[in-house]
Design a protein around this ligand. Structure first.
Ligand code: F0G
Length: 535
């Protein structure tokens, strides 16, 4: 027919009011031009974040009905840990536990549930189970991604101070997300972002721009140089963010992950995955990297996870859920060996997993819910399986690409290819390289999109990434971009077409976009969440 058959349809409807430009201007003024403070109920399309904004599937909503709100060892705890094992480590997506719960097996066959669900021991991976989760805890459920980061760094901070007093550490990544940077900085350490900037943007005359499906890769030369420059003993962890959110949502290749893992392990440095968008990254590997075309998302995930020692993930993205996060490390792996304390006879003196568990309990809750309600947990369990479906990922990623292609066709400078969770405007090119770094023109562009068209974007450039507060070395690692994040399973082609039309018009009118002046909170950490501004 020349058109594709649809793969989903809308089941619940949210209506939005008609709001005038003048009403939006007034709301902007009254919220001090802080885009996070702008009321969502006055927008047509909210592209601020793909985090927790997902429209869940009917199966997720029905899974919530099966939730168990028990304080200790609720049913969902077992299902969630097994869902992680299924999609990240087994490679074959059995869905055994979630099906037992759905079918009510636990009522009819108690022996089976005891033997196959409640009292099963697992060890050796990221998700210990049964007695091993008690003796060597390695999986920590938390409400969202930044809680996993805070949990990790809150525990490491005093440990580092005791073992290496007064030392400042460097933590490299292909690019940290802003909360990860914030957590690392608050611990007194230095985050570094080692992506290939030259291949991202089409900078006139640089000649380096590449049509590369893996622009999220870490620059291996930069990593080697950094380790040499600061000394291997001053690099306690290496991160890779998949997909690379701060670098235009670009994918990271398996080849790059393998190479960075090799370097990290050569130096005995634990390798940490920020896995917020693990499934989108696996989709890109399947579609674009040689040797993976025939593999399922779960098979690819299994290999990808095998290169890491720690995973820290917001599950508000690739958990297809509104809430959730996790921190996990490989049982008895490098992270455990490096940060636990041992007696002379080799027995464990202090297990890093127990330190993390104590902190988890004091900050978020008992290990079997970690600050999530039982129904959040069940929605997430089902969401993990939704994310592993090829058809769903294919539809999602192609929706982002449709948006990017529509804008490119109209001359609006967006980074190509589209990211897995949205599109990114090259702000410097948008303004013909005429605005300086302290004009915060990208943030002004975002605010004008709200004002003129009722669309909220998110600036991830000079303003939010604090260009003016960074060292010259770190300044080179800022991508001056505005992102339009695409909420999962929510938007239609009409939404995309409205965004294309609006951004194209704003691009034509770009000279009328004012610069922005920060009037309060210039130096507050993560200022974009709380600073005030004026055009
Ligand atoms: N890591 C990455 C790569 C992220 O994109 C985010 C959140 C986090 C960690 C923190 O997770 O929000 O659950 O606490 N990113 C959102 C965004 C907020 O809009 O990109 P969180």
């Amino acid at each position: 027919l020349g058109v594709e058959a649809p793969k989903s349809w809308t089941h619940v409807v949210r209506e939005v009011p008609t709001v005038t430009q003048e009403q939006r201007r007034k709301a902007l003024e009254m919220t001090h031009y802080n885009e996070f403070a702008f009321p969502a109920g006055l927008l047509y399309i909210d592209c601020l974040s793909d985090s927790g904004t997902t429209s869940m599937t009917d199966t997720q909503w029905s899974a919530m009905f099966l939730a168990d709100e028990s304080y200790g060892r609720n049913k969902g705890y077992y299902v969630l840990l097994d869902a992680f094992r299924d999609v990240w480590e087994r490679g074959d997506n059995q869905k055994r536990l979630i099906n037992y719960i759905k079918e009510g097996v636990d009522k009819d066959d108690v022996e089976k549930m005891m033997n196959e669900v409640y009292l099963v021991d697992y060890e050796g991976g990221f998700i210990n189970g049964g007695k091993y989760q008690l003796s060597r805890p390695n999986t920590f459920i938390v409400p969202q991604g930044r809680c996993a980061e805070a949990l990790l760094f809150d525990v490491l901070k005093p440990l580092f101070a005791k073992r290496w007093p007064g030392k400042v550490f460097t933590i490299p990544s292909n690019a940290h997300f802003d909360t990860t940077e914030g957590n690392i900085k608050q611990m007194g350490n230095v985050p570094r972002n080692l992506f290939h900037k030259e291949i991202l943007f089409e900078v006139p005359k640089s000649g380096k721009y590449e049509k590369n499906p893996f622009k999220g890769d870490m620059d291996i030369d930069k990593l080697n140089q950094l380790i040499e420059a600061v000394g291997v003993e001053n690099v306690p962890l290496i991160y890779s963010t998949v997909t690379n959110n701060s670098v235009c949502g670009q994918a990271v290749s398996m080849k790059n992950i393998r190479e960075v893992s090799k370097i990290a392990h050569k130096y005995n440095i634990p390798f940490v995955m920020d896995g917020a968008r693990w499934a989108e990254n696996c989709y890109f590997i399947k579609m674009n990297e040689e040797g993976y075309g025939d593999k399922s998302i779960c098979e690819i995930a299994k290999e990808m996870f095998s290169y890491f020692d720690v995973v820290s993930a917001s599950l508000k993205k690739n958990g297809h859920a509104n809430m959730g996060g996790v921190l996990a490390f490989r049982d008895k792996g490098l992270f455990w060996q490096k940060f636990s304390e041992f007696n002379e006879d080799g027995s464990v003196k202090t297990d890093i997993g127990h330190l993390l568990k104590v902190r988890q309990i004091s900050a978020y809750g008992n290990d079997s819910y970690g600050g999530m309600s039982g129904h959040d947990i069940m929605a997430l369990c089902q969401g993990m399986y939704e994310e592993a479906r090829f058809d769903y990922q294919d539809e999602r990623v192609r929706q982002c690409q449709y948006l990017a292609d529509g804008l490119t066709a109209n001359g609006v400078p967006v980074v190509q290819p589209a990211g897995g969770h949205g599109i990114y405007i090259d702000v410097d090119k948008f303004f013909n390289y005429k605005r300086g770094h302290e004009s915060f023109a990208g943030q002004a562009l975002s605010l004008e999109m709200i004002h003129r068209y009722g669309i909220r974007c998110s600036e991830l450039g000079d303003f939010s990434m604090e260009y003016d507060l960074k060292t010259p070395e770190q300044q080179k690692e800022v991508c001056n971009v505005v992102r339009l994040a695409i909420n999962r399973s929510q938007f239609s082609k009409q939404h995309m077409d409205y965004i294309i039309a609006a951004l194209t018009q704003l691009y034509k009118d770009r000279d009328t976009v004012p610069n922005l002046k920060i009037t309060f909170g210039h130096t507050l950490p993560m200022r974009h969440f709380h600073a005030w501004a004026e055009p």
